[in-house]
Design a protein around this ligand. Structure first.
Ligand SMILES: [Fe+2]
Length: 207
């Protein structure tokens, strides 16, 4: 090997190590808010979307839990971020005046929650697996949960969480326009259990 080639090889290895040392996460990609951000006030926006406080009735659908974390780009937890999330019910309908999907509303589904992240950046909520819903005549959106996450000194993030193993993910324009790495960030990881659990990490960029 010539000295020049040896030098080039060393240099590229060096830059690899340098990259490794400084490796940082990319921020979670943004996704559109969509037309169904809740417009109504509701007293109950707690972590349990499967029922309204004080009610014995539960929402229809498959109950799931989402365990999330809010992190900075170095992977450090962000405490007390505001995690605002909303979603369609099991039938794919939002409680929103502009949702003209014929699917039924579910009077027991809370649909909207605002929870703070804890000391380790963690947040948790219980909900039902959202249904897919039509966009126009030809497209179906895969099941997803909308998120708006904010914290002082960080860029506010509006995004969507997707579910693994959904065939509709492969046909969804919003998801497919992202790189593979970005898609991986928005598709939660499933942990099997009596109640299926989905893990979702959110990475915020400092201002
Ligand atoms: Fe949506």
């Amino acid at each position: 090997m010539s000295n020049r080639r040896r030098f080039m090889k060393m240099a590229s290895l060096g830059s690899l190590f340098a990259f490794g040392a400084k490796a940082q996460q990319i921020p979670s990609p943004t996704q559109i808010e969509g037309p169904f951000y809740p417009t109504y006030e509701q007293k109950d926006k707690d972590f349990d979307l499967t029922k309204f406080k004080g009610s014995q009735q539960s929402a229809k659908g498959t109950i799931i839990e989402v365990f999330g974390r809010v992190l900075d780009l170095q992977g450090k937890p962000i405490e007390n971020a505001t995690v605002d999330l909303w979603q369609a019910n099991a039938a794919g309908r939002y409680r929103h005046p502009h949702d003209d999907n014929n699917a039924p509303l579910d009077p027991n589904f809370q649909g909207w929650s605002i929870v703070p992240s804890g000391k380790k950046g963690e947040f948790k909520f219980k909900t039902i697996l959202p249904g897919a819903y039509p966009i126009g005549k030809k497209r179906l959106r895969p099941p997803h949960i909308h998120f708006k996450v904010s914290k002082k000194d960080y860029h506010e993030l509006t995004t969507q969480m997707y579910f693994p193993g959904q065939d509709l993910n492969k046909k969804d324009n919003l998801l497919q326009r992202l790189s593979k790495k970005e898609q991986d960030l928005l598709i939660a990881k499933k942990i099997e259990g009596k109640i299926p659990r989905y893990e979702f990490s959110i990475y915020l960029k400092e201002v």
